[in-house]
Design a protein around this ligand. Structure first.
Ligand SMILES: *Cc1c(COP(=O)(O)O)cnc(C)c1O
Length: 310
């Protein structure tokens, strides 16, 4: 397969361990891949994507990157942290949506001295136009990273994660991850097809975009980049969005509380709580056998948790 350059930004491999108390509670073997502990800020799945995306920016000679998301975007905060570490400038052009005050990830953006601009729109086209406008105003070329870092190149980060998991020598019957912009789901499913034969991937959707179209498309594009000859499965996507993207759900909050109470591990309201609620739901309907190994991908997000009022 083809290889792409990566910038070393995180500490990999991340830990992988069993969750004894959750396993007892759910009647199966639940494991966790700690991408929340990958060493940049509060960790998270975006670091694996940014290793590819920012290497590409550097290779092409860019020294200014811009990305987008909602106000509490983990991806935006991590893009800023990683870009600064590489000596690049970063401007965040965020949607004026969600918690825009100096809370959660906005505290971290503030501490980094990041230029954050809010645009009152739901249209990414408008956001990208604004990025071009700012670039032209500054007379600088802009490396634009899409929302969530979810393009084919970014998705390769989760193909790597699956390879990393295969190197543990463990067999997992199931893997569960969150799906918010699709790149993690695409990389995980593609990576599992390549490196983890016999492992089923389920993705908890935390937004209401048409992921049944987006995820297969990203999977195909990423497989093409790698020149990988692989038969791609139809994604198993379950709707865990609840009242809306980034709005806490009851099931998600119960999952966050359970993980904190039983294992001392912090999940978040926007992604990992809802994703783990999907795993709990499947366990409760008897989807997992007693001897199965079920792996939950902890994709980070603690910053957003602390923007919420509880
Ligand atoms: C962005 C994000 C996700 C979702 O990943 P996508 O690749 O955007 O689908 C999951 N968890 C956390 C904490 C995130 O920040």
């Amino acid at each position: 397969m083809k290889k792409f350059e990566k910038e070393s930004l995180g500490i990999f491999p991340t830990p992988l361990h069993r969750l004894p108390n959750i396993s007892r509670e759910l009647g199966t073997n639940v494991w966790i891949k700690r991408d929340d502990l990958c060493g940049v800020a509060l960790g998270g799945n975006k670091v694996r994507k940014l290793e590819y995306l920012l290497a590409d920016a550097k290779k092409q000679g860019y020294d200014l990157v811009m990305t987008t998301g909602q106000a509490q975007s983990n991806h935006a905060m991590l893009t800023a942290a990683c870009a600064l570490r590489m000596g690049m400038d970063c401007i965040l052009v965020l949607k004026k949506r969600g918690i825009t005050e100096r809370k959660g990830n906005q505290i971290l953006n503030y501490l980094m001295g990041i230029d954050v601009r809010f645009v009152d729109t739901d249209s990414y086209d408008e956001i990208y136009k604004e990025m071009d406008r700012i670039g032209a105003e500054l007379g600088r070329r802009v490396y634009k990273i899409p929302c969530g870092g979810s393009n084919a190149l970014g998705s390769l980060g989760y193909v790597d994660c699956m390879q990393e998991i295969s190197q543990s020598g463990m067999h997992f019957d199931h893997i569960v991850c969150a799906c918010g912009s699709g790149g993690t789901a695409a990389g995980t499913i593609l990576g599992a097809s390549l490196y983890l034969p016999g492992t089923h991937v389920m993705c908890s959707m935390v937004d209401s975009d048409p992921f049944d179209v987006i995820v297969p498309q990203l999977m195909r594009e990423a497989a093409e980049l790698l020149e990988a000859d692989v038969v791609l499965p139809v994604p198993d996507l379950v709707d865990m969005c609840g009242p809306g993207y980034s709005i806490p759900s009851e099931a998600g909050n119960e999952a966050i509380s359970m993980m904190m109470r039983l294992e001392g591990i912090v999940l978040d309201t926007c992604y990992t709580g809802k994703a783990f609620a999907g795993l709990i739901q499947r366990a409760k309907v008897g989807e997992y056998k007693k001897d199965d190994n079920v792996l939950f991908i902890h994709s980070g997000g603690a910053g957003g948790l602390f923007a919420q009022n509880w």
